[in-house]
Structures are given as structure tokens and as C-alpha cells.
Unconditional design. Structure first.
Ligand SMILES: [Mg+2]
Length: 238
């Protein structure tokens, strides 16, 4: 495939606290954990924001023995399917609600029209769960690939996974130095830096503005509502 001009840059979005927020989903996580591992977790007892789901499970199971002995890849896959099903059912029944954060639809529409950008996902959610969440708010059509908690418990590895998947899907090599991560926690920033990527943080999740500023992102925004400002932040023109 011949591409004229510079290759498009990959814009990688986190999900929770960046694109959307939810009500009621923590309980579904705890219920599914009990169903699969035989131990009831309490998501409210830790600060899960920015952690991968396998990392969250490990933290909640720390020192406790699940009835299955250990958390194997097969069990994680079982958890992924069970959680995705439970979340989808809870969305259908109204027990869980997802909503997009300010400016998100307009921004994704705008960016996805540009020839010089492709959009991807980097999230600690397992892949099936990410699909349910994005589908619940009709955002699943914007992204060309992603890196998920089901790919690795180590978030810092996920931007590389996302870029590889996008490169395969598009037959274009997406370079980390031209990619940009957009997230809502210092974990998103650390994952971006692990790949030498630019990072824009937004204060629409559970982390306070001051905590995010202290982490040292390239740009910190209150939200994604000002499309021109977000674009400048992505392009490094602010
Ligand atoms: Mg997040």
C-alpha cells in the first residue's frame, strides 16, 4: 500500500473517566467476582481508576484464596465473558447507566473525519467489557483497534499493543513518537511515557486537577468540550 505524505498519527483514548462514566457498574464487578472466584470483592475498597482489570482482581484477591486456587488466564477469560454479559444485562435492565463526558461525541466525530489521524483505545477494561461500555453509548464505531486489560495486566504495555493492532488493521505503521494518549489518571500518563508518547490528561474522572497536574502531562484539560483546544493539545500547539 502506498501512502503519500506523513503517516497518520494514532490518537489513543482511555475509556472510564475519559470518554464516559457509569453508575452501578462497581456492583456488577463485585457480583461477577463472587460468581467466578468465589470471593466477593469490594471495588470501593481500592482506587481502581487507571488499573487494569487483572490488576484490580489481584489487588482484591490479595492474601485471599479463590476457590479455584489461582487466577489463571483461562479464569480471567471466564471472568471477561461473565462481566461483559452481566454488564450488558444490567444496561438493558437500567441497573447500570453509562453516559458520555462533555464534548466527547463532537470530538470523536471531528477527529475521525481527519485524514491525518486514526483513533484507538487503551483501557484497563477487558476487551469484551470495553465493547459493552462503548456500545452502550454508541461510541464503538470510531476506533480502529485497541490495547485492553485482557492483553496484559501491565497497563504500560497496552499502548504498544494498541499501535500494533492498528498498524495491522490499517497497513500503516503507527509510530509511538507521533501517537498521543488521552486519559484521566497518572496511570495513563505513565503508559504513554513508557512509549515516549505525548499525553493529554482530562480532569473528568476520579483524580483531582491538582493530582493530575503534579503528574506532569503535556497538557491538562478540565474536559473535552472545547474541540479547538483539544485539537491544539493533541497536536502540541498549545
Ligand atoms: Mg480512566
Amino acid at each position: 500500500m502506498t501512502v503519500s505524505g506523513p503517516a497518520p498519527r494514532a490518537i489513543l483514548f482511555d475509556i472510564d473517566g475519559t470518554l464516559l462514566r457509569s453508575r452501578g457498574s462497581a456492583r456488577v464487578f463485585d457480583d461477577t467476582m463472587e460468581q467466578v472466584f468465589g470471593i466477593r470483592g469490594d471495588l470501593g475498597s481500592i482506587r481502581p481508576d487507571g488499573m487494569t482489570d487483572p490488576h484490580i482482581l489481584a489487588a482484591l484477591l490479595d492474601g485471599r484464596t479463590p476457590r479455584v486456587g489461582s487466577v489463571t488466564p483461562r479464569l480471567l477469560a471466564t471472568f471477561e465473558v461473565a462481566l461483559a454479559r452481566a454488564l450488558a444485562a444490567a444496561v438493558a435492565s437500567g441497573a447500570v447507566t453509562f453516559w458520555t463526558l462533555p464534548g466527547v461525541e463532537g470530538l470523536l466525530t471531528e477527529l475521525s473525519r481527519r485524514q491525518d489521524m486514526r483513533l484507538g483505545i487503551v483501557t484497563g477494561n477487558m476487551r469484551a467489557t470495553a465493547r459493552v461500555k462503548l456500545g452502550a453509548v454508541a461510541l464503538d464505531g470510531y476506533f480502529r483497534g485497541g490495547g485492553y486489560g485482557s492483553d496484559s495486566p501491565v497497563r504500560d504495555q497496552l499502548p504498544g499493543v494498541a499501535l500494533r493492532r492498528m498498524s495491522q488493521a490499517e497497513e500503516i505503521v503507527f509510530e509511538p513518537r507521533h501517537a498521543v494518549m488521552i486519559g484521566d489518571t497518572p496511570h495513563d500518563l505513565a503508559a504513554a511515557r513508557a512509549h515516549g508518547m505525548r499525553c493529554v490528561l482530562v480532569a473528568t474522572g476520579q483524580y483531582e486537577h491538582g493530582e493530575l497536574a503534579a503528574a506532569g502531562p503535556d497538557v491538562l484539560l478540565e474536559d473535552l468540550s472545547d474541540g479547538a483546544r483539544v485539537l491544539d493539545a493533541i497536536l502540541g500547539e498549545e
